[in-house]
Design a protein around this ligand. Structure first.
Ligand code: COA
Length: 228
């Protein structure tokens, strides 16, 4: 019988973690036909332009700007990981550069978010293709603190959702956040996501029990959102 795979997402963005994905033996029969197929590369038509932003693939000279974001203690407060060293960000950047395309479930699509006017890199946006069989994804966003509160995370996430639903053909995209991360929850609400769950002290993170909000949106709901 085909059951949930038991994957727990590994992180390169959002609230996800450094933990290695755990593969449940029962998932093999589900994914075997997927792995046997020839893989296709999926990507948005880079770069993506919004009113104030440009979303593009990460590149090697983004190291300093990405480090400025991921080395900030305030930024990582509600992420699973601590602030990162330059070496850790270098490894992260390599994975993000590879995330210009996705090919299979478990892949992360990564977008560098830059201001159109100045080309300054201000954000790190990601979409995890979490299940091909169930057509599920997960959105993640991490922005430089100097640019919080200007609507950038919401503005950047919209075309990523369009990519998720229209190009990847996903059925459902979720966003997860620690319950105290009000800015993150607000972004997910502004995108039109529904709060599906509040998990109470479901994870031990950074020396404390943390609680998690799960937001979700279905493809049809995104289509409705676009007509508003
Ligand atoms: C979460 C994050 C990406 C939001 O980015 P942003 O560009 O500031 O988001 P936006 O400006 O689009 O929207 C933020 C909303 O949250 C609100 N907000 C922010 N902090 C808040 C707080 N402490 N209490 C209540 N609302 C808050 C803002 O007022 C805004 O809502 P509004 O437009 O209705 O006024 C940013 O804060 C960040 O990078 N945080 C650190 C990394 C992180 O936690 N990522 C999410 C992991 S799940």
């Amino acid at each position: 019988m085909c059951r949930r795979s038991g994957f727990k997402s590994a992180e390169i963005g959002g609230r996800a973690s450094n933990r290695a994905p755990v593969q449940h033996p029962e998932s093999y029969e589900c994914v075997a036909p997927v792995l046997a197929r020839q893989l296709t590369e999926h990507a948005p038509g880079w770069p993506i332009e919004t009113a104030r932003l440009l979303l593009r693939p990460f590149q090697t000279d983004d190291l300093d700007a990405l480090y400025a974001i991921h080395s900030d203690d305030g930024v990582v407060r509600y992420l699973y990981n601590n602030s990162r060293t330059l070496g850790e960000v270098r490894e992260l950047l390599d994975r993000k550069i590879a995330g210009a395309v996705v090919q299979r479930e478990g892949d992360w699509m990564s977008a560098a978010v830059v201001l159109r006017e100045t080309r300054e890199l201000i954000g790190d946006l990601s979409l995890l293709w979490s299940s091909e069989v169930h057509r599920q994804g997960e959105l993640g966003f991490i922005f430089h603190p100097a640019h919080h509160g200007s609507g950038y995370a919401t503005e950047a996430s919209r075309p990523m959702l369009t990519f998720a639903f229209d190009t990847l053909g996903l059925h459902r995209v979720i966003g997860r956040t620690e319950v105290r991360n009000l800015g993150s929850a607000r972004v997910l609400e502004k995108l039109g996501m529904r709060r599906e769950a509040q998990l109470v002290e479901n994870e031990w993170v950074k020396g404390e029990w943390q609680s998690e909000l799960v937001y979700a949106m279905l493809a049809g709901e995104w289509a409705d959102e676009l007509t508003r």
